[in-house]
Design a protein around this ligand. Sequence first.
Ligand code: ADP
Ligand code: MG
Length: 714
Amino acid sequence: MTARDRAIETIANHRVAPTQNYLEDAGADIYGQYVFHDAAQRQYLAKPIYEKLRQTIDGHEPFDPAIVDAVAHGVKEWALAHGATHFTHWFVPMTGSTAEKHDSFLTPTSEGSSIAEFSGRNLVQGEPDASSFPSGGIRATFEARGYTAWDVTSPIFLQVEPNGVTMTIPTGYVSFTGEALDHKIPLLRSQEALGTQALRVLRWFGNATSKRVFTTIGPEQEYFLVDRRLALQRPDLILTGRTLFGAPSPKGQELEDQYFGPIRERILAFMMDLDRELWRLGIPARTRHNEVAPGQFEMAPVFEATSVGSDHNMIVMSTMRRLAAQHSLMFLIHEKPFAGINGSGKHNNWSMATDDGENLLDPGNDPHANAQFLAFLMAVVRGVNCHADLLRASIADAGQDHRLGANEAPPAIMSIFLGSQLEDVIAQLEKGPAAASKQGGNVALGVTSLPVLPKDATDRNRTSPFAFTGNKFEFRAVGSSAPIYWPQTVLNTAVADSLKELADALDGLTPGDFEGLTKILSGIVRDHKQVLFEGNNYAEEWHTEAARRGLPNNRTTVDALPALATDKARDLFSRFGVLSERELASRVDIFWERYVKVGNIEASCALDIARTMILPAAVRYLGELATASASRGATVVAGRVAKLIDDLVAAVDALEAAQHEAHDQDSVPAEAKVVVDRVIPAQEALRTAADALEAVVSDELWPLPKYRELLFQY
Ligand code: ADP
Ligand code: MG
């Protein structure tokens, strides 16, 4: 019996262990249990302290240092009451994962006992001495200090593990010199940039009451689950998160019977636990279903403010990973864990909202609201068109290169889908007020002449990377594993840029001059309609058409990243105070390095598996065939196997040579170029050789769990 057989036998006998007391734990009672939310703040803070803190959380006032000790005391009492023994500053360094270092609350006293201590300083600032985080050259080792600073807007939460509880404080991470070393700080800055410009536009429309505009995010998360006992036999899954080898399963996703299909008991057990845990963490998990590929699933939360929603998405991914292990499952978040079937993405539903609850991308109920809606809509259109290259770069990484443009995910060309009705409105808008009034005043933005736009009349276009869906945009090209801070930062900044231009133009226009507004908007339509595309984004003709329109089409990460090193990018990010030139340059360095490192890890892992697992299995099989040389059939097969082994060995040598060539480059971008042009194709060739062997070598000898086992046995 092979290890694969034993694993499969265990899986066959696997029974779901029911979670205790789930009836008592249902829904509303547990929501936010692990969060220092509004009710907990009321309970543990004196009223004036609570009120001051609330003002900051709601974005109305800067944090008042005078209250920090009182807040620290209250939150400590709350955490201790929930069994916490430790606290941690939690942040998102440029590694793309979250980071934390735990400190115990306990402080020894001179009497030999200890007390629980947690000062205001502990709350607002930490010094993780994090010299090993990537800084892209910002931080020399002699000034290796980095500081974490409490992000008051993101709720403090408890990480409750089987053996204890840690109070977790979301923070930003900055260098000694005040430069952002994380994903969070630029996002917060971009929110502010967008909010400032959006308010200017709103004031023109007569809104005198909203104090703040922020962006909202509802990230739909796709992921795979496979049985852990099988997955642990695959070094590629463990080390790279995807299968580097694997012949296609005789059955893949062609029957599409997985999509929205009944959820298997074992998976649903995981999902039930997941939802309860997320609710406890105050994360509004809403929908769950089977996705298209076998073994693939999706979770969507209710939308939240972008900074909180982005933190929550990190917690969603880590909670999925943790709970999957409890269910003997392995959680796969890679963009393309399996060749030949769909990969995973994240659909970032995005909009802009005011603090008094108005969704600025909601067409609204009357012509005046429609005019404002169209102004914000066109600002997004302009932003995406002007900065399509940056948006593309914001979702680029090694994993995405296997997915974008691969007939299941949007192509690398950024375009916007508006739906036929809005397209029609835009087309009329382009002709300006005069032409519009000729058509019965259909779209002139005069308060009396604009029709009420029917609600949610948009069609669906599932192939568009950036689709309007009735009252929000869906940025559908984001990778499944990506922290969403960075793409949202770029989007916010691009739209802030447009809103600023719009607000500047409106400054010269009397409020209420809707004819003037129409002129401005028709100008935007004329200049930026090239980014609008209603057709099938997966079709080859779109590539030709997009090229004709001059839209950027950066197919790989190596093609995409240079957009971040242009004057246009530096100017945009520094003008809005989102990233200084140094901060941007450091990020670009980190992205290049990461790409090269991932490429190198995957190539090394593939070489390792090919040499020490696949080749020996093939040679052993050849030996078996040789002992059966009396059979003519066996001799024929032996000849074929021998040839495939030769191919495999040649492919191993070629990949190794390509890897050496990459190492020999004298800059990281040059190395990345060799990775994409030589290493990845060589690795693909090695895979082809190995997969061909998988199709002939005795199943008993094959060392890696196969696609048919990983995808259909759980
Ligand atoms: P649809 O069925 O049109 O995709 P849903 O209402 O199911 O829309 O929402 C899909 C996702 O979009 C959910 O995560 C939801 O919370 C999110 N969403 C809805 N409205 C907004 C908004 N104004 N801003 C950001 N995300 C939103
Ligand atoms: Mg959707």
